[in-house]
Design a protein around this ligand. Structure first.
Ligand code: NAP
Ligand code: MG
Length: 515
């Protein structure tokens, strides 16, 4: 029997003891900053001349770590290691594989604040956001391990009296996980250990902004008994080793989370059969969003304002699920806008090392420049209500920003900005609100704030997103509770943290034994 699992609780930082523990973790991690990290290929530490330097986006003078950078030769060695390790790892009892994950979860739970503190420094996560990221990573370890134990016997099928039929799942082989920097622990961990516990071997290419936290997971998995070659840690340039391994004839599957530009490129390349390739590559491609909160005229408007606030500005809006559009009924539009503006005035922006900081920096200069460009677009297209300013002197800080009266087809209503910017649009009735909400190429998350049950039921059918929420914000999905993934150009809808996730990385085999 599989043990039931409830999710890892979030830390209550209003409790003095928890506050102290997090500060201690920050101090500890601070004492660890600036170290060197090798690649890990076939269990061996490999140091390269070329490096990735991970810096603190809140204070770019602070180096988090200097990480070896894999080139194509390293990628090839990693593939050979993954291929060799697959032979035995795929034969391990699924429960034994799951035990590696259970042990890793236990270790990380004991060192939870330390993991979160690494993210506070490496990517500028405020305490609460970092704490949720670590909790989600623990949840992925626990949840996928249980899923694998459940999948072990396969699914019962019919047998006639002259035969015994079996239907079971086997892993695919070596594959590639490419992860983003915005949930640098949770998504990196889940998209790696999911395929791995299913019996596959992995080449892990973490985002170049956040390689150190990924190394920390590797350390824990090795401590937990993961055999060599099962996960190979190869940070490097997406275009150089990413393309190389996506194209590789021996790559069986690719598990990607990131932008639409890169995701669609991988999807296309993975479809091409290379010389010597004897299979079709599986792809799970999870991409961006342009997520909407609808506010009905019959609604709790304070709930609406709070939901928009935390969904728009949590982790500086750098979530694929972030609310970047509020579509509000004309009867309550001015009131909701004013409530959100007032709340936004009180959002503290600063170094996330401080517990009073609600919003830290954005990830780097590239992101800063892109978001600031959208500020100009927004000023042309709509009415700036609050924010619009940035400061990149020591880190990459951008004020929480609202644009009002945006046209549904304007760029700020259509394009993923990935920063603390929300656009408001007015609608005359519920049909129009749904129509606007569905008018992008994406379909990731959405929320409806309404006390009208008929409208909620209409949204249940017509609001076309992978994760739909009623009377709450549109971020903060929890593993096992809100399996996560989007429609349309948001991706393949792999539903991370859901009951069929591992099946993307397995193939069912039917065996008939005739008597
Ligand atoms: P990104 O630029 O696409 O990067 C994601 C990963 O792809 C990184 O590891 C990156 O490596 C790598 N990469 C870049 N070029 C590549 C190539 N040619 N071949 C293979 N890999 C390549 O995305 P991002 O800016 O880091 O992340 C933000 C995006 O992720 C947003 O659009 C967000 O909505 C999306 N996202 C989606 C979900 C979801 O579940 N749907 C969750 C989180 C984020 P480098 O770092 O070395 O460039
Ligand atoms: Mg990028």
């Amino acid at each position: 029997m599989v043990q039931p699992y409830t999710h890892e609780p979030f830390t209550d930082f209003s409790v003095e003891e928890n506050k102290r523990a997090y500060k201690e973790a920050l101090d500890y991690v601070k004492s660890q900053l600036g170290k060197e990290y090798p690649l890990i290929i076939n269990g061996e530490k490999v140091t390269t001349d070329e490096k990735i330097v991970s810096v603190n986006p809140a204070d770019t003078d602070i180096t988090i770590g200097t990480v070896s950078k894999a080139n194509q030769d390293h990628a090839e060695t990693a593939m050979e290691a993954a291929e060799a390790a697959f032979k035995s790892w795929s034969k391990w009892d699924p429960e034994a594989r799951a035990n590696v994950l259970f042990r890793a979860a236990a270790i990380i739970r004991r060192r939870k604040h330390e993991f979160s503190a690494w993210m506070t420094y490496e990517i500028g996560k405020p305490w609460k956001e970092a704490d949720a990221d670590t909790a989600e990573g623990i949840d992925f370890l626990e949840y996928y391990a249980r899923q694998m134990v459940e999948l072990k016997p396969g699914i019962p099928i019919n047998s006639r009296s002259i035969e015994h039929n079996q239907f079971r799942y086997i892993p695919l082989g070596p594959g590639l996980t490419i992860s983003p920097w915005n949930l640098p622990f949770a998504i990196m961990c889940g998209t790696t250990v999911g395929p791995m516990v299913a019996g596959n071997t992995v080449m892990l290419k973490p985002a170049s902004n956040t390689p150190v936290i990924a190394y920390k997971l590797m350390e824990v998995l090795i401590e937990s008994g993961m055999p060599k070659g099962v996960i190979n840690y190869i940070p490097g340039s997406g275009s150089a080793i990413g393309d190389y391994l996506v194209d590789h004839p021996k790559t069986r599957w690719i598990n990607f989370t990131g932008s639409k530009e890169v995701g669609t490129r991988i999807y296309e390349r993975a479809a091409k059969i290379q010389p010597g390739q004897h299979h079709l590559k599986r792809t799970a491609i999870e991409m961006g969003g342009k997520d909407t909160i609808i506010v009905d005229n019959e609604a709790d408007l304070d709930l609406a304002a709070e939901s928009i606030l935390y969904s728009a500005y949590g982790f500086s809006g750098q979530k694929c699920s972030a609310c970047s559009r509020a579509v509000v009924h004309e009867e309550v539009y001015d009131e909701v806008l004013e409530k959100v503006r007032t709340l936004t005035e009180n959002v503290s922006v600063g170094n996330p090392e401080k517990d009073s900081t609600y919003m830290g920096p954005v990830k780097d200069q590239e992101a800063y420049d892109k978001i600031m460009e959208y500020m100009e677009v927004g000023k042309q297209e709509a009415r700036l209500v609050i924010g619009g300013e940035g400061d990149d002197n020591t880190g990459f800080f951008i004020q929480p920003t609202i644009f009002a009266d945006a046209a549904p087809d304007s760029r700020i209503m259509q394009e993923e900005i990935f920063g603390p910017v929300v656009a408001f649009a007015k609608a005359k009735d519920f049909d129009e609100m749904i129509e606007i909400a569905n008018n992008t190429e994406y379909g990731l998350t959405g929320a409806v704030i309404s006390n009208n049950r008929a409208h909620l039921e209409q949204a249940r059918e017509e609001f076309h997103v992978g994760n739909l929420y009623f009377n709450r914000g549109c971020t903060a999905a929890i593993v096992g509770y809100q399996p996560f993934g989007g429609f349309n150009m948001s991706g393949t809808d792999a539903k991370a943290g859901g009951p069929d996730y591992l099946l993307h990385f397995m193939q069912p085999k039917t065996i008939t034994d005739q008597f």
